[in-house]
Design a protein around this ligand. Structure first.
Ligand code: THU
Length: 154
């Protein structure tokens, strides 16, 4: 099965319909975001793309700092970029994540908490793996609620 069909069927199981054209746009944006990653300390490039119900997509990449703890992850970069552009994050229908590592790169705890602040727990998080710069045909898809079952709330 191709990656696109794999994403379509796994997100449908999470009650989200993604179209082929939409996914192709996201894959291109993920690749652009990997090129923009500022990761001179870890050499790990991470990209995330938020996919909105109206067809808009907004990406983010990890941005490191010589004072390591000031690094911003790709997922939070995508969230903050979207908010600063005036987007309504309740309208996000899927979140994509990939990295330059040959592994499925799950969002860290801080990013799960930040995603949860703005994005419904029912939204699928679609994790893609690249080997030798080609996307692996198998995606991993979990809802935000599955990844972050007991969120901190105020
Ligand atoms: N990173 C992300 O971009 N997202 C995560 O969820 C976990 C980690 C980045 C931060 C840092 O630039 C690199 O991966 C290694 O930790």
């Amino acid at each position: 099965m191709s990656l696109i069909n794999d994403i379509i069927s796994k997100s449908a199981k999470k009650n989200v319909n993604l179209k082929e054209e939409e996914i192709k746009k996201v894959l291109t944006e993920l690749d652009i975001m990997l090129t923009r990653s500022y990761s001179k300390y870890s050499s790990i490039k991470v990209a995330s793309v938020l996919c909105f119900k109206n067809g808009d997509i907004i990406g983010g990449c990890n941005i490191e700092n010589s004072s390591f703890s000031h690094t911003v992850c790709a997922e939070r970069c995508a969230v903050f970029s979207s908010l600063s552009q005036g987007k309504d994050l309740s309208q996000v229908k899927a979140v994509f994540i990939t990295s330059s590592e040959d592994s499925y790169f799950y969002p860290c705890g801080a990013c799960r908490q930040v995603l949860k602040e703005f994005i419904p727990l029912s939204v699928p998080i679609i994790i893609l793996k690249k080997n030798n710069s080609i996307f692996n045909e198998r995606s991993e898809v979990y809802t935000l609620g599955e990844l972050f079952p007991y969120p901190f709330n105020l």
